[in-house]
Ligand binder design. Structure first.
Ligand code: SDX
Length: 433
């Protein structure tokens, strides 16, 4: 990656009467940053920013979010246009290489990914080590983290060709691993990839076909699945992407880095929110119970939060939520499903968006608010929702990991702290405590 920021000015801080200059850096879009790389050397002090609410951890050219406007762009292209006009593999190429592929580039990329869809045969016996009732995310974290035990020719991160091979293997095998985890959890045999199917058709076939019967993928459902993957593909420096970058900054192998991202995504405040949101909507059950849950969400003494609502960056509607809602209606119509939970979700959204608490705190539906309803309609159990999020986000993690390794300014990530623990003291023998 070629660094492209410029200096737009200088910030000055004064400590004990002494002034220090810090460059202000400007990118192509979004907030400028104060470059504090020399702060500790100049002042002996650190900045303090738990949760990184005011901290840019890196320069990046992949995904841009304008949270105030509810604007999300992959390599400059609005998410709405990509969801409507692109495919997940074309968007994956865009995220990885920075430009939309031409016809021959897309065919070559598609053929490359397709050629890596199968798993090493011994991964099959690895799976049998899990309990059948293991959470599919546990199987994902475990299996992806273990892939470096099965693939040894793509672990040298200094070699671009090996990084490419690992990147292609991960994008290609995540659907196979996700489907394998699902089949294993319901006691059905694995369905192997079919390389004559598209990426999303192949995934749906591996999840929902059985050896005993013919299965035809519904093209409208495959299109919805592909859109959902596009919506989840990348999202700037979120918690799981930052985890992948931090793991990668130590030189860890690609499978270990992506496994760390899957582990972080699992949390209910992050990628686990889609599973938690559907559980919440089912718990609410009927529209007349919504006020009770809204009151709980506003009660500072109640840890309950409206899952699928709020976002660290979006202080406006998450653009992915709008596309997800449209997709949700299309899938329910195609499958002729009347899901009362959708009525609850739409009523909840309407009530919350007119409630002063949510308006004042700028809490809007995020990508996870409708996704659970549509994934449930597609036939997935709630335990698979975050697995699908991880499947799609793998290309974003891969793209950010590669960008980090190519960044001339990147070093091993090693934050400092504000220490408030015990001052220095000598050991006291047990007889004297
Ligand atoms: C994802 O970062 C990304 O990009 C993530 C993601 C991606 O694509 O990678 O977009 C995916 O993780 C989407 C978010 C999914 N999570 C949820 O839906 C869980 C519910 N939402 C929250 O827990 C919360 O909104 C977060 C975690 C998403 C954001 O938390 P922040 O930015 O730390 O905000 P906060 O917790 O400081 O909240 C600010 C205020 C607080 O009230 P006060 O302390 O100021 O009085 O808003 C309140 C919060 O109590 N608040 C909520 C709320 N979310 C925030 N109150 C009720 N319900 C909510 N959902």
């Amino acid at each position: 990656m070629e660094s492209k920021f410029t200096q737009s000015g200088t910030a000055q801080i004064t400590i004990d009467g002494k002034s220090y200059d810090l460059p202000i850096l400007k990118g192509t879009s979004g907030a400028e940053v104060i470059d504090i790389r020399t702060l500790n050397k100049q002042t002996g002090k650190f900045t303090f920013d738990p949760g990184f609410t005011s901290t840019a951890s890196t320069e990046s050219q992949i995904t841009f979010i304008n949270g105030a406007e509810g604007d999300l762009r992959y390599r400059g292209y609005p998410i709405e246009q990509l969801a409507e006009k692109s495919t997940f593999l074309e968007t994956s190429y865009l995220l990885m290489h920075g430009e939309l592929p031409n016809t021959s580039e897309l065919k070559q990329f598609t053929d490359t990914i397709t050629s890596h869809t199968m798993l090493h045969d011994q991964v099959e016996s690895f799976f049998y080590g899990f309990r059948r009732d293991a959470h599919p995310m546990a199987m994902m974290v475990g299996t992806v983290g273990a892939l470096s035990a099965f693939y040894h020719d793509d672990l040298d991160i200094e070699e671009e060709a090996q990084r490419d091979l690992a990147s292609h293997r991960l994008i290609a095998k995540m659907p196979t691993i996700a489907a394998r985890a699902y089949k294993y959890s319901i006691g059905q045999p694995a369905v192997h990839p079919q390389n004559d199917l598209s990426y999303s058709e192949n995934f749906l076939n591996m999840c929902f076909s059985v050896p005993a019967e013919k299965y035809a993928v519904n093209p409208i459902i495959a299109d919805a699945m592909d859109k959902i993957f596009i919506l989840h593909a990348d999202h700037e420096q979120n918690a799981s992407t930052s985890t992948v970058r931090l793991a990668g900054s130590s030189g860890a192998n690609p499978y270990a880095c992506i496994a760390s991202g899957i582990a972080c995504l699992w949390g209910p405040s992050h990628g686990g929110a889609n599973e938690a949101c559907l559980k919440m909507l089912n718990e609410i059950g009927t529209v007349d119970r919504i006020p009770e849950f809204i009151a709980r969400a506003k009660d500072r003494n109640d840890p309950f939060r409206l899952m699928g609502f709020g976002h660290r960056v979006y202080k406006n509607y998450d653009p992915r939520a709008r596309v997800m809602e449209k997709t949700c209606h299309a899938v329910l119509k195609e499958l002729n499903i009347k899901n009362p939970v959708l009525d609850v979700a739409m009523a909840l959204e309407d009530i919350a968006l007119n409630d002063p608490y949510f308006v004042e705190k700028k809490l809007y539906p995020n990508v996870d608010f409708y996704s659970g309803i549509v994934l449930s309609a597609l036939g997935f159990p709630t335990s698979m929702f975050t697995v699908l999020f991880a499947l799609a986000r793998t290309v974003g993690w891969i793209s950010q990991w590669n960008e980090m390794l190519e960044d001339p300014n990147q070093r091993i990530g090693r934050p400092r702290q504000l220490f408030t623990g015990a001052a220095a003291r000598d050991y006291v023998p047990a007889s004297k405590r």
